[in-house]
Design a protein around this ligand. Structure first.
Ligand SMILES: [Zn+2]
Length: 158
């Protein structure tokens, strides 16, 4: 399937510009990662946390970009809830990260490359889509994917 066919980001131009802007930042974060994954958490149009994969330098297998930004944001949240926030992430969140997003009450996930696409470029993946995990949970997270996927997949070529 061509990568473009996987893109179902809204065509509304304001939404698209917003998505592009925050995904730009997530991609820049990914370039700093131990593995090239980056994430940005946004609430009310403002970045509340941004980060990248630090599994090697933290010696922590849970230090995926998404978990790192969720931890940073929750640490500053008196309610331990990130309801109303959007998680922009270069890769579709894995089962652990989607779970963390659910526990944190994140409202929307916008990802770049899908789990299947990441597996195709040799990345270890758990074969569950973020959307499927959300579908089994108590918290409704809107999930959108395919934004800048081909560009993001090129980060794995080095
Ligand atoms: Zn993850």
């Amino acid at each position: 399937m061509p990568i473009q066919a996987l893109c179902y980001v809204p065509s509304n131009s304001f939404v698209t510009m917003t998505y592009q802007h925050f995904m730009d930042i997530a991609i820049e974060e990914a370039r700093q990662g131990d593995a090239p994954y980056g994430a940005v958490l946004v609430k009310d149009g403002t970045i509340i946390a941004q980060g990248f994969n630090t599994v090697k330098r933290s010696h922590d297998v849970t230090a995926h970009a998404e978990v790192n930004v969720i931890r940073a944001a929750i640490a500053q949240s008196p309610t331990r809830s990130l309801a109303g926030s959007t998680l922009y992430t270069t890769g579709e969140p894995c089962a652990m990260c989607t779970g963390a997003a659910i526990w944190a009450r994140i409202s929307r996930i916008v990802y770049g490359a899908s789990v299947d696409q990441l597996a195709e470029v040799g990345q270890n993946q758990i074969g569950l889509s973020s959307e499927a995990i959300v579908g089994t949970s108590f918290w409704d997270v809107a999930v959108e994917g395919g934004l800048r996927a081909s560009e993001i997949l090129r980060l794995f070529e080095k």
